[in-house]
Design a protein around this ligand. Structure first.
Ligand code: NI
Length: 135
């Protein structure tokens, strides 16, 4: 099995908030990410596809195709957007790094060849990052 990887970058705003809690609790739990008027992050995305080498092409999958899929199904949807307001998946879902990575995974999994395994890593900051591979 071979792992091929594509890196992408996007900028997006969000606010982390739980309506069941008062403002002080939200501030304590979510810190700066609870800012009422949103705030931005420079997200780094790493998409890993695992599969066997196709003997005809020598590829697991064409990295150009992977680039196009990630751009169309993820970057165009989230880049320079307010995740809470502009991306329907986050209408009632807190856009934490964990939830964002699951949403991105689900979007990509739907359009990738079903015999390929997928893993997605999202960096919210240089030092904070999360990985999801479907279970
Ligand atoms: Ni934040």
């Amino acid at each position: 099995m071979i792992y091929i990887k594509r890196k992408e970058h996007f900028c997006a705003a969000h606010k982390l908030w739980n309506d069941k809690w008062d403002a002080a609790t939200n501030k304590r739990i979510f810190g700066k990410c609870s800012n009422e008027n949103y705030h931005g992050h420079n997200f780094e995305l790493e998409v890993t596809v695992r599969g066997e080498i196709n003997p005809d092409t020598g590829f697991v999958m064409n990295l150009f195709d992977l680039k196009q899929i990630v751009r169309e199904h993820v970057i165009d949807v989230v880049d320079h957007k307010n995740l809470n307001l502009d991306v329907p998946e986050f209408k009632d879902l807190n856009p934490t790094a964990e939830n964002i990575v699951v949403v991105i995974y689900d979007k990509l999994k739907k359009v990738l060849d079903s015999n390929l395994d997928l893993e997605v890593t999202l960096y919210e900051t240089v030092r904070n990052f999360v990985t999801y591979s479907g279970n």
